[in-house]
Design a protein. Structure first.
Length: 441
């Protein structure tokens, strides 16, 4: 069952709304205002300005998120469902945060589930879906994914579920769509795939994956953790059954969010304690939630809203429209940074860049770069850069199948450099200069 490979135009439609982007100038992102929102960006290391290129592991947060968290703890710290003011304030705040995340993902508030992180939410859902699976039922995964979208499903092998894994192309680290289509059979019950690779930055054609799953009568589960800070998510347009993300990857606090179609959240039965309600989405949320961080999630979405209003020069936009405008402005800014980073990395002696390297295919990747340099381990590079104030990651970042297939796991994985919208062209230039200096030393 061969699948035509999508062209770059299709990827652009998945990545961001072209019509809105064309309405915005290349300078629509007010970078001075953006950076002023993040107090941590003012830090220095050994007398050098800190450069946060660790976004794939967790982004920095704007001051309003910090204020919302501390403000909740100082005013409204209470459990839910009580017959008194602070408890009612907490109930209202959680409801407002659900609505805000519904706008962020383009779904209804009762389709939003809060949890500790994407990993725990995925395990909870896999256990629930697994209750209805029988020996011989199949789940299709990919070898390009973060292990949080692999191991929770693979654990169902203990019930006799068959796990099938689609390969990726080693030369450019793109998902092998033909192989994924071959893995889907009439026994497939669920297809789980990442929106974007946290290791190498590839953006997958998830719309096609969802279509293939639907044609086979299977559910689709999308891990959007790495994609969320870079591209617009529209679960209605995508048609996926479930989608998970982590707010600390798009400028919020350390929590996870799960979207599930209402009919699925109502149908599947979560493991839970008896007193917990059977109503969605609360029945999927175990124990007392992290209320202060949920207050931070609401503030995080409000940051996206203001960012979009500034980009579009309009304060009359609905929140969803402002989020669309924010992503359009971010795309233009990050695209320029990616071009600069890609051009610079390819000139450094002994450096190997993994993933998409063709400047004409940048719509198929985000600004996450995995590299290795001859003569240096990734840890050595990360440490030398860290001394100079550049924060990068080394290792496998839990994308274990990627580092194993590319035969770098035993030698320290990759050095990962991650760009988000608060980074600047000057920071990219400084990072490239530092790498050249380290290599020449």
């Amino acid at each position: 069952m061969p699948v035509a490979k999508p062209d770059s135009c299709n990827y652009r439609k998945i990545f961001f709304p072209m019509a809105l982007a064309e309405q915005l100038s290349p300078t629509a992102l007010d970078l001075t205002w953006v950076r002023s929102q993040f107090p941590s960006l003012a830090q220095t290391v050994n007398g050098q300005p800190a450069v946060f290129l660790d976004g794939p592991g967790g982004t920095q947060v704007p001051q309003r998120v910090i204020n919302a968290i501390s403000g909740y703890l100082s005013r409204d710290n209470a459990n839910t469902g009580g017959a008194y003011q602070t408890s009612r304030n907490t109930d209202r705040m959680i409801a407002e945060a659900r609505t805000a995340m519904g706008d962020f993902l383009n779904c209804e508030a009762d389709e939003i589930v809060f949890g500790a992180n994407m990993t725990s939410l995925t395990y909870a859902l896999s256990r629930s879906i697994g209750r209805e699976l029988e020996p011989g039922d199949e789940i299709v995964l990919t070898l390009l994914d973060h292990d949080a979208n692999f191991s929770p499903w693979k654990a169902l092998e203990e019930k006799g579920v068959v796990i099938r894994a689609a390969k990726f192309n080693a030369n450019d680290c793109t998902l092998d769509m033909d192989d994924l289509a071959r893995q889907i059979t009439n026994r497939t019950r669920l297809v789980a795939v990442g929106y974007a690779s946290n290791a190498v930055g590839t953006i997958n054609n998830v719309a096609e994956v969802v279509r293939l799953a639907r044609e086979a009568g299977a559910l689709s589960y999308i891990d959007a953790v790495h994609y969320a800070p870079h591209g617009l998510i529209d679960v209605r347009a995508l048609g996926c059954d479930f989608l998970a993300c982590s707010t600390y990857k798009f400028f919020g606090p350390h929590m996870g969010v799960l979207y599930g179609k209402r009919e699925h959240l109502q149908h599947f039965q979560p493991y839970k304690i008896r007193p917990n309600t059977n109503s969605i989405p609360n029945c999927w949320e175990w124990g007392t939630l992290n209320h202060e961080c949920i207050a931070g999630i609401r503030a995080c979405v409000e940051y996206w809203e203001e960012l979009g209003q500034r980009a579009a020069a309009s304060t009359n936009m609905r929140r969803r429209g402002a989020i669309v405008a924010a992503h359009s402005a971010i795309h233009l800014h990050e695209r320029a940074l990616m071009e600069k980073m890609l051009a610079g990395l390819t000139t450094i002696p002994g450096l190997k860049l993994y993933g998409i390297r063709d400047p004409k295919r940048l719509d198929q990747r985000c600004g996450t770069f995995a590299v290795r340099v001859d003569g240096y381990s990734p840890l050595e590079l990360a440490a030398k850069l860290g001394e100079r104030g550049f924060f990068t990651w080394d290792g496998n970042y839990y994308a274990l199948n990627v580092t194993e297939q590319l035969d770098v796991e035993r030698t320290g994985g990759f050095l990962r450099i991650g760009i988000v919208h608060y980074n600047t062209a000057e920071e990219v230039e400084r990072l490239l200069s530092a790498l050249r200096e380290i290599v020449k030393a």
